[in-house]
Design a protein around this ligand. Structure first.
Ligand SMILES: Cc1cn([C@H]2C[C@H](O)[C@@H](COP(=O)(O)O)O2)c(=O)[nH]c1=O
Ligand SMILES: [Mg+2]
Length: 216
């Protein structure tokens, strides 16, 4: 029997084997937004109060700072100044093991990897710097894998690895299953029946991918 192969799908007779489409979030999955923020904030505002990284709760840093330090004038602006600044996104450190794991994931048979990331409102530096970060850390060929969107529910994939717990948008039932990437801010959150991936270093991600490959 003739076999026909495309880059995305393998057809063997009547059988059709799809590739697993994995969407990797960027901030706090590949790039360490929280560490980058903490270091810059302490450097720029050493006299301001701060929240230890282990005590971060809730997705938005600004919300927690404003709530916790409501008596400090302009603390929200100080927080936003950090991630709105030039080179903030470009200089974010890697999440340990993320780049190595992403490269290995992309080489796995039957897997297509994309980076699915949301820009901040003040996008002037954030947008090009997200591209530059990917180019610098993962290589030029990875730039074509970037999907920038405010609404990740609109993106078609089988699996989304993302630290944000409340991923909502226009599509009520997105095509992907959300696996929560562990971060300080989400450790106390109710994630229902969703699975967690705690890190890129202990090899659990390989099992996760094999498991998803069996299911599509
Ligand atoms: C924690 C935090 C994040 N943001 C921004 C930074 C990113 O551009 C997006 C999150 O992107 P992701 O694709 O969902 O990782 O949100 C922010 O504006 N304020 C914050 O405190
Ligand atoms: Mg994120």
């Amino acid at each position: 029997m003739m076999a026909r192969m495309t880059s995305r799908t393998v057809h063997i007779g009547q059988m059709c084997k799809k590739n697993l489409r994995v969407l990797l979030d960027m901030d706090q999955v590949l790039a360490d937004f929280e560490l980058g923020f903490f270091q810059e904030y302490r450097k720029k505002y050493p006299e301001y109060p701060y929240i230890e990284m282990k005590d971060r709760v809730g997705f938005f840093v600004k919300d927690q700072y404003e709530k916790m330090f409501s008596s400090v004038p302009n603390i929200g602006n100080a927080v936003a100044n950090i991630y709105n600044a030039k080179k903030f996104f470009l200089n974010l450190p890697e999440i340990e093991g993320a780049v190595d794991a992403a490269k290995k994931l992309a080489k796995m048979e039957g897997v297509d990897v994309f980076i699915c990331t949301s820009p901040i409102e003040k996008y002037k530096y954030c947008l090009p710097e997200k591209y530059e970060w990917v180019h610098k850390h993962l290589g030029p060929e990875w730039v074509a894998r970037i999907i920038l969107t405010k609404d990740k529910t609109m993106v078609n994939g089988h699996l989304l690895i993302d630290d944000r717990v409340d991923i909502i948008g226009a599509i009520e039932r997105p095509s992907w299953e959300h696996v929560v990437f562990s971060a300080n801010h989400n450790m106390k959150a109710d994630i229902g029946k969703r699975r967690r991936l705690d890190n890129w270093t202990n090899g659990d991600w390989k099992e996760l991918i094999e498991d998803f490959k069996m299911r599509i």
